[in-house]
Design a protein around this ligand. Structure first.
Ligand SMILES: [Ca+2]
Ligand SMILES: [Ca+2]
Length: 370
């Protein structure tokens, strides 16, 4: 069991150092000089046998990460942790467990057995914390990370929770988990929904306000997920010294099995060169369609024109190739030709002053009695 929570001062100073190391390691990994920024945890004097090396399993787990959105730039992985290279209860390097309220000395830790089942998403371990029958507030903090000049920063993780909740009200939780984000190196945290947003797998209940929970009244994961589920989070596109916190808070009575987190992954789509604008479809101009109907009005050949599709304010009306009027583009015009004899007319309308025109439409007036 990990005990002896570090003092805030030591933790803060340590985090700054570790953040720097993490960035350096991540940068090397990105540049391709080494294959991964992961390190196998090793206690002093402890040897790690080849059988304990689970690189193959890690590759499998990486394939399980949901496909990120298309990246019109350089896709960089800045966090990829499945907790499988350590011996429970140790956490991987740069991960921190802290109890804000600590009734039992049990911190977030890695686990390979027990409840809730299954014990991991990728074998053999997941991070886990208990759900005690008293008020507690337990934090699992990620390594620090940064992203800048990004199209998006996306977190995915898998988790399995069974935390005490109302059996009568499916929207009410008693003990719950929330995800928080710090953008100041771990000094202050806010709920992820304040700074980012859930793409999928977000909170499912609201924590009761009358049972002493440190997260009373907040949306949270609570109840029974019945196995591992996937949560996808859109993080802010600009992040400096960011830290994620999985926070389990329990109230003053009743317990359950706890919360497991596994297969955490953050990818960052970085600008590389000038952004290529998304090609927008070339607008297809709607054709101007014209129809015409003729009748005698007081013996005069009169034609009603109707059209659609013109985009201009005014319309030029041509009869037999001659501009007879420029009129409002209100969709219709009545042409009193002044003729009384048999006649044929060919009409066309155009957007005023342009050659963007309709089809030709013909109207025939027969001779009287014809
Ligand atoms: Ca795992
Ligand atoms: Ca409880």
């Amino acid at each position: 069991m990990i005990t002896n929570p570090k003092s805030a001062f030591t933790r803060s100073r340590l985090r700054n150092v570790l953040c720097l190391l993490f960035f350096v390691a991540a940068g090397i990994a990105v540049s391709g000089e080494i294959g991964s920024s992961r390190a196998i945890a090793q206690r002093p004097g402890e040897l790690i046998s080849p059988e304990d090396d689970s690189w193959g399993q890690m590759d499998i787990s990486a394939a399980a990460v949901p496909t990120p959105p298309p990246c019109n730039g350089q896709l960089i992985t800045i966090l990829d942790e499945s907790f499988d290279d350590v011996t429970p209860p140790d956490l991987p390097p740069f991960w921190t467990a802290i109890n804000g309220i600590d009734p039992d000395g049990i911190l977030w830790q890695t686990s390979d057995s027990g409840l809730p089942r299954p014990p991991y998403d990728t074998a053999p371990n997941a991070a886990w914390v208990n759900d005690p029958p008293v008020v507690s507030d337990k934090y699992l903090d990620s390594p620090g990370f940064s992203a800048t000049e990004s199209y998006y920063v996306r977190l995915t993780f898998r988790h399995n929770f069974n935390l005490e909740a109302s059996s009568e009200d499916p929207n009410l939780g008693f003990d719950g988990g929330v995800l928080e984000l710090s953008i100041d190196g771990g000094n202050t945290f806010r709920d992820i929904t304040v700074l980012g947003s859930f793409e999928s797998g977000g909170y499912n209940r609201t924590i009761a306000t009358d049972r002493g929970s440190p997260i009373a009244g907040r949306p949270a994961w609570s109840g029974n997920s019945e196995g591992f589920i996937t949560t996808v989070v859109n993080l802010p596109p600009e992040l400096l010294n960011a830290v994620l916190r999985w926070r389990m808070a329990s109230d003053n009575t009743g317990s359950s099995e706890g919360w497991r987190v596994d297969t955490t992954n953050i990818v960052w789509c970085h600008f590389s060169g000038p952004p290529t604008p998304t090609p927008s479809p070339t607008p297809t101009p709607e054709p101007i369609t014209l129809s015409a109907a003729g009748r005698k009005v007081g013996g005069i050949n009169t034609v009603r024109l109707t059209w659609s599709g013109a985009m201009s304010a005014n319309i030029d009306v041509y009869r037999n190739g001659v501009l007879i009027v420029t009129t409002a583009n209100d969709g219709s015009y009545i042409d009193s030709t002044g003729d009384t004899d048999r006649a044929r007319y060919t009409y066309r309308v155009c957007e005023a002053g342009t050659s963007t025109c309709s089809n030709d439409t013909r109207v025939r007036f027969p001779a009287v009695g014809e």
